[in-house]
Write a protein that binds this ligand. Structure first.
Ligand SMILES: [Zn+2]
Length: 139
């Protein structure tokens, strides 16, 4: 499984080259592994009106969901200003909520700045504890 994490980091870094960020110049890339074995990538996409801006994580998730895929194993996220990747670029709160919609208890978030330097987190235990999810609606 170590190699898949490296591959996801590589794909996330590659995805930053498509970031559309004329305003912030802060590039972000994501690589999402579906349980079908397919990797869905995403970049952040800004807008002159600012509010419609979409993060890399949601771009990747929405691409997959729009193709009928809703079950995922893990996501790698990288980002930083002017193409200088931060050691870790954690997902914003909106993306954490969207990830929670499609993540199971074993879902992993991978943060780092290269194929060699990254940390793997359990999403619900370490990134979004006390989450509100579809399970809460059924209580
Ligand atoms: Zn976000």
């Amino acid at each position: 499984m170590e190699n898949i994490n490296k591959l996801l980091m590589k794909k996330a870094i590659e995805a930053t080259k498509f970031s559309y960020v004329p305003y912030s110049e802060f590039t972000v890339g994501a690589a999402l592994l579906g349980k079908n074995g397919i990797i869905y990538t995403g970049c952040n996409i800004e807008n002159a009106s600012y509010t419609p801006t979409n993060c890399a994580e949601r771009t990747a998730i929405f691409k997959a969901v729009s193709e009928g895929i809703t079950e995922f194993s893990k996501i790698a996220v990288v980002g930083g200003p002017k193409r200088n990747l931060l050691e870790q670029c954690p997902p914003c709160g909106v993306c954490r909520q969207v990830i929670a919609e499609f993540a199971d208890k074993d879902f992993e978030l991978i943060l780092g700045d290269s194929e060699e330097n990254f940390v793997v987190y359990n999403f619900f235990e370490e990134v979004l504890p006390l989450s509100f999810t579809k399970k809460d609606l059924k209580k």
